[in-house]
Design a protein around this ligand. Structure first.
Ligand SMILES: *Cc1c(COP(=O)(O)O)cnc(C)c1O
Length: 379
């Protein structure tokens, strides 16, 4: 190939059925191509207000402090944890996959004392074990957990975990990066104090934004901090002055304007479809995929009762070459699926049916391609 760096970059066509990013609708891409306007333009401020209302609906919350942090889901994780903890604070982190481990890393870098509570990868967080851990150590101030573990395809019972945190009067911090838009998230009804999500999973928006929400109890806690938040950029009280409705908006940073056009269109699409219809579509595609895989003799990693519809971990059939199969799916068939992580590397494939990808037609394309590839790369 004699490409020059001055040639325009044109991405290949892909069907994104991995752990994210998910397929983006042409309408969202078109929205992002609208002309850039100023971030303090009244028209843009109107867009920010609408985004807040849409995110409140997505999270089922009335929290005023509901807004978008500029940066991918991991920045939302940083924002939520670093605003809540102060050096020396004890935080219980329930870990059943990669993202619980990442939460520990964020909290310990922030100077917190991490109390880890580990569960086997492929199983959910057990609320009774969390209850016991909180009963044993009264110095713990926070519980952090992942609602939908994308590394394994497991859904934990956020309602029960929120209730346990409330019972022990600790703040709950929930990662719902993969859950929002794919399965119900009821922030207020479940007594979740703080949460963050991402845009490139079930919201089918390009990566780079992290919607977050803090309830009043969490905001009061942050305002009463003795030490400054470690990160200037992520200090919620300052970001709120930019996003919040209290008086004039103060310049804090320049919002990623065109990315927010895209998020507005992506959220609008989900809300026009209806959340319940979107959840049902994810479930239908998931059931269709599981039936198709089982018909081919393949086994799911996770027990049916806590399987995520939007992230399907399937055991790699004996003798199939993990990397070769994924490579052929991508390069010969234009379909991306994910590899296993950590202890599951080489053991499972992760098939995402997220957002626009959660359709029976996507599953048909994948199964047809898999049939061809597995014949070529047999046991
Ligand atoms: C993808 C993901 C993240 C991290 O999001 P990035 O956008 O990759 O930074 C965090 N938690 C969960 C559960 C995820 O699936």
């Amino acid at each position: 190939m004699n490409r020059k760096i001055t040639d325009p970059f044109l991405p290949p066509e892909r069907l994104l059925l991995g752990p994210g990013p998910s397929p983006v609708a042409p309408e969202v891409l078109a929205a992002m191509a609208h002309p850039t306007i100023g971030h303090l333009d009244p028209a843009f401020i109107g867009l920010m207000d609408e985004l807040k209302a849409m995110l409140q609906t997505m999270f089922n919350t009335k929290n005023e402090a509901t807004f978008t942090v500029a940066g991918p889901g991991s920045v939302g994780m940083d924002a939520c944890i670093l605003n809540m903890i102060e050096p020396g604070d004890k935080i219980l982190i329930a870990r059943n996959g990669v993202f619980g481990m990442r939460m520990s890393e964020v909290a310990s870098r922030g100077g917190a004392t991490v109390v880890p509570l580990d569960f086997e990868w492929g199983t959910p967080v057990d609320p009774a074990a969390v209850d016991a851990a909180l009963a044993k150590d009264k110095d713990i101030k926070f519980l952090a957990f992942v609602h939908a573990e994308t590394s394994t395809g497991v859904l934990s019972d956020a309602q029960a975990l929120g209730a346990v945190a409330k019972k022990h009067n600790v703040f709950s911090i929930m990662d719902c990066v993969t859950s929002v838009g794919g399965v119900p998230v009821e922030m207020d009804a479940w007594s979740i104090d703080v949460l963050y999500t991402g845009t490139q999973k079930c919201l089918s928006c390009p990566p780079g934004l992290s919607p977050v929400s803090f309830n009043q109890r969490a905001i009061d806690h942050i305002k009463a901090r003795k030490t400054k938040v470690l990160s200037w950029f992520l200090d919620v009280t300052q970001v709120m002055a930019y996003w919040g409705g209290e008086g004039a908006r103060a310049y804090h940073h320049t919002a990623p304007i065109n990315a927010l056009y895209g998020l507005h269109e992506a959220l609008r699409r989900v809300l026009v479809e209806g959340l319940d219809a979107a959840f049902a579509r994810h479930r239908k595609a998931h059931q269709y995929l599981v039936a198709g895989l089982q018909k081919r003799g393949m086994e799911m990693l996770v027990a049916e009762s806590y399987r995520l519809p939007q992230l399907n971990a399937v055991k790699i059939p004996a003798g199939a070459d993990d990397a070769k199969v994924r490579r052929s799916l991508l390069l010969d068939h234009g379909i991306e699926i994910g590899a296993g992580l950590g202890p599951l590397a080489g053991k499972v494939w992760r098939i995402g049916l997220m957002g626009e990808g959660a359709r029976v037609e996507s599953v048909d394309r994948l199964l047809a391609a898999l049939d061809k590839v597995l014949v070529k790369e047999p046991a």
